[in-house]
Every structure is written in structure tokens, then in C-alpha cells.
Ligand binder design. Structure first.
Ligand SMILES: Cc1cc2nc3c(=O)[nH]c(=O)nc-3n(C[C@H](O)[C@H](O)[C@H](O)COP(=O)(O)OP(=O)(O)OC[C@H]3O[C@@H](n4cnc5c(N)ncnc54)[C@H](O)[C@@H]3O)c2cc1C
Ligand code: SF4
Length: 425
């Protein structure tokens, strides 16, 4: 019980990595590299593995991607590099992410880099998640000094919420400690609410505050004891505390957060029944395939085509009343809409309900910043917000994405900030 769980996937052995590296075709146009949002030089690092130069492979990875240990474990490779691997036309795609992981697991993470003097300017980074720390790294390497402001815990969502069976705490601490101690001048624990003082004090500001809030479920009974928000529960378990969930848990939702919390609750107590309740069918589940497979292997079960009507109970949760659904035409996301079948409601007996139906941006901060209708921060092509010198990226701009996409934004913003500061001097 508690926060330290055995890691689900094992690292490749030297022999497995060598065999896998031998399979690379070294395509001249490297579609894997183009498809990786951080543009990791995939063929080059695989060539280094092949020639036994693991430190060289690590340097190649680290130079292009600051969260290489994180992505070696949790990058959804099926959506990026591996989806375009030419080798899949012959047999199966290369296990690129696992090769990353092999390199980072086999080499010294504390290798230090030569860094230039910080003479180019001072930048405030708000939010120490993948986007913020990627930006800090890129700017520091160029000769800027970066102060990082973080409301909760450095590392962002992966450190705070991704389960330890996929992303162990010691790996997280090693990577985040390396990044903050090497590339940030100061790390301040502070929830920044107003950008104007920072914009006046620093040469530029990068906002990478992610989506710190969760969507509420508008049905009767959510005030009952035993109803939890998924990410709050993940943070609790990740911190090492006991979740407090009961023996019959229903997780409402079909995205990565729903699958993550369902898996972690099963891992915490393998005798507990955990059912994911989803309004559509298995085909429409938004979570990544690998995570669904892991959850299923852990014993998570599913109630598909069920629309929650209300949480049932007097003081505590006793069940979830749902109406059976059928699928209609596709909506704007390309997935089939679900519609209730009249008169088909039934109650699933539960003692705990976990709500995992979406993530939200914090709209109570940064007055004066232009936002989209859903509150996401609006930026131009150059990632600058409506305030001159204030840039933004990551989930706070695009909505829920992935670590490697946040890294892409952090790197791109650093380039734009460097040009902006150089232009003003
Ligand atoms: C449960 C879960 C599982 C996921 N699993 C995966 C996965 O397996 N693979 C993958 O690639 N992606 C995964 N993701 C998505 C990934 O974690 C995010 O896309 C990524 O972390 C976004 O990075 P970011 O830097 O934009 O924001 P975040 O990681 O959210 O970091 C933002 C940081 O800003 C801080 N902050 C917020 N407001 C303020 C403020 N006002 N002042 C100061 N600091 C502030 C927050 O505390 C946070 O630390 C998952 C997401 C969740 C929720
Ligand atoms: S970071 Fe992700 S997309 Fe990029 S090469 Fe690694 S596994 Fe592939």
C-alpha cells in the first residue's frame, strides 16, 4: 500500500537493446525524428547504442530533450515516433522509447554540462512542469538566468500525478533535481497570480501553468462522502498517502486520467473492484492503448455505454445510477456520440465514485491576458501572449497534451524569447 509500487515495464537488457538497435534501417529521411515533437535524433542515438557508446547516446538524447528519463518511460510512442517507423512495413516498429529508457537507465544521470555565463538576460518561468523546465534549460544553455515559480511541486503533472508503477519516484526526483539544480537560478514556491510585476522586473516571462483544475460532474449526489476527483486522488497516492477509497470503486471517464487512477487504485489494493464507467464503447476510449492494456492486466474492469444519472446514497456513496447508451453519428472529434436509451437505467453498487471527466485551466489568475473561449491562453505564431514579452506554452495553451509536446513548446518559446530579448537590447 502507499506510494511506492513496483514498476510495470522492465528495462531492456543489454542484449535486447543490441538486437533492437540492429533492426534500425537508418532511413535517410528519419520519419521517427520528424514525428517526435522534440525532434530527438533517433537514428543517431540508436547508432550510438549499436556501437556501444551509451554515454554518446545519452548526450544526444539529453541535448534534444530535457525530460528524457520521463519520456523513456511514459511517452506515448504509438502516437509519435513509432507510428511512422519504416520497419513496421517489414515486421514491427522499433521499440524506440524503450531504447531511450535503456540508455538513461544504463548511464550516469549526474553528468554535468559546461554552461556559459548568464549574461544575456533574466527570465521568469511560471510553472515547473515539462514546458517550464524545458524552457529554463534551453535558455540557460544559451546564457540566460532563469527564476522558476512553482505553486505546488517542481516537475509538474508527471511528478505530482503519474503513477509510480509507470514512473517511479526515484527516477522523477533524479531528473527534476538535475534540471532544477543545473538550469534554474532560483526556484520559488509561489502561485503567481499577476504577471505585471514579473514582466516589469524580468527581460521576459514564460507562462507554463498547465491545467491545474478538474471538471466537475453535474449530477445529483456528488457531495456524498466517497466521491473524489481523480487527480486529487492521484496526487494523494503519489505523495505516499493511502487513497481512502473503498472496495467497490467506479471511475467515471474514458481518458488517460481515468485509466491512470483506476490502475493506481488496483495497484494500491489488488482485492478492490475497480470499474471504469464510460459513456461510449471501448473503441472510443481516449486513453493510450498501452495504458489500457496495463490497466486491464491489473484487473481493472469496464462498464461501457453507461451514462451517469446520479450518485446514489444518503450520507455515503451506495451506488451510481446510470442509463444505458447507444452510439449515434460521429461528433466533431470524430468519435461516435452516445445517446441514452429511455427506460434503461440501472444502479451499479459502489462505495466510491471517482470523477475523471476533464482538466481545466485556472482562470482566476493573470488578469489582462487574452484567452480562448475555454480559458486557454492565446498566443501568436511566436508563442507571445497578448502582453509584450510574456510567452506561454504547454497544456495552458493547447489543452491536455503530452510531456514531449510540452517540451517542444518550452524549447520553441526559449528560441523566441532569446530573439525578443536580443532585439530589445
Ligand atoms: C494523470 C495524468 C497522466 C498523464 N500521463 C501522461 C503520459 O503517460 N504521457 C505523457 O506524455 N503525458 C501524460 N500526461 C500529460 C502530461 O503530464 C502533460 O501534458 C504535461 O505535464 C504538460 O506539461 P506543462 O508543463 O504544460 O504543464 P504541467 O505539467 O501541468 O505543469 C504546470 C505546473 O505549473 C504549476 N502552476 C499552475 N498554476 C501556477 C501558478 N499560478 N503559479 C505557479 N505555478 C503554477 C503547476 O503546479 C504545475 O507544476 C498525463 C496527464 C495527467 C493529468
Ligand atoms: S520523446 Fe517520445 S516521440 Fe520522441 S523519440 Fe522519444 S519516445 Fe519517440
Amino acid at each position: 500500500m502507499g506510494g511506492t509500487m513496483e514498476e510495470f515495464e522492465k528495462t531492456l537488457s543489454r542484449q535486447q537493446a543490441a538486437i533492437e538497435a540492429e533492426r534500425c534501417l537508418y532511413c535517410y529521411d528519419a520519419p521517427c525524428q520528424a514525428k517526435c515533437p522534440a525532434h530527438v535524433p533517433v537514428p543517431e542515438f540508436i547508432q550510438s547504442i549499436r556501437s556501444g557508446n551509451l554515454h554518446g547516446a545519452r548526450t544526444l538524447l539529453q541535448t534534444s530533450h530535457p525530460f528524457i528519463e520521463t519520456c523513456g518511460r511514459i511517452c506515448p510512442e504509438e502516437a509519435f515516433c513509432q507510428s511512422v517507423c519504416t520497419r513496421s512495413k517489414i515486421d514491427a516498429p522499433l521499440r524506440i522509447r524503450e531504447l531511450h529508457r535503456f540508455v538513461t537507465d544504463s548511464t550516469d544521470p549526474s553528468d554535468r554540462m559546461e554552461l556559459p555565463e548568464t549574461t544575456l538576460g533574466r527570465v521568469a518561468i511560471i510553472g515547473a512542469g515539462p514546458a517550464g523546465l524545458a524552457c529554463a534549460r534551453e535558455l540557460r544553455v544559451r546564457g540566460f538566468s532563469c527564476d522558476v515559480f512553482e505553486a505546488r511541486q517542481v516537475g509538474g503533472v508527471p511528478s505530482q500525478e503519474v503513477s509510480t508503477h509507470r514512473y517511479p519516484r526515484e527516477v522523477d526526483e533524479r531528473e527534476v533535481h538535475f534540471l532544477t539544480s543545473t538550469f534554474a537560478a532560483h526556484v520559488c514556491t509561489e502561485r503567481v497570480a499577476d504577471l505585471k510585476p514579473l514582466a516589469a522586473d524580468y527581460d521576459a516571462v514564460f507562462v507554463a501553468t498547465g491545467l491545474p483544475f478538474e471538471s466537475d460532474m453535474n449530477v445529483e449526489g456528488t457531495q456524498l462522502v466517497g466521491v473524489h476527483q481523480a487527480r486529487e486522488l492521484l496526487r494523494k497516492m503519489k505523495s505516499g498517502a493511502i487513497s481512502g477509497a473503498g472496495n467497490r470503486v467506479g471511475v467515471i471517464g474514458g481518458g488517460n486520467v481515468a485509466i491512470e487512477v483506476a490502475s493506481m487504485l488496483r495497484e494500491e489494493d489488488p482485492t478492490r473492484d475497480v470499474t471504469v464507467v464510460y459513456r461510449r464503447s471501448i473503441k472510443e476510449l481516449k486513453a493510450f492503448k498501452k495504458e489500457i492494456e496495463e490497466a486491464t492486466a491489473l484487473g481493472v474492469t469496464y462498464q461501457f455505454l453507461a451514462i451517469p444519472d446520479k450518485v446514489v446514497g444518503s450520507h455515503r456513496v451506495e451506488g451510481l445510477q446510470v442509463t444505458q447508451a447507444h452510439l449515434c453519428e460521429e461528433d466533431e472529434s470524430g468519435r461516435c456520440r452516445s445517446e441514452p436509451l429511455p427506460g434503461s437505467s440501472f444502479t451499479i453498487p459502489l462505495d466510491t465514485v471517482v470523477v475523471a471527466i476533464g482538466q481545466r485551466i485556472d482562470q482566476g489568475v493573470f488578469p489582462g491576458l487574452a484567452r480562448s473561449d475555454s480559458g486557454l491562453i492565446s498566443v501568436g505564431e511566436n508563442m507571445q501572449t497578448s502582453m509584450p514579452g510574456v510567452y506561454a506554452g504547454g497544456d495552458a495553451v493547447h489543452g491536455a497534451q503530452t510531456v514531449v509536446e510540452a517540451v517542444r513548446d518550452g524549447k520553441k518559446a526559449a528560441e523566441q524569447i532569446a530573439a525578443f530579448v536580443a532585439g530589445g537590447k
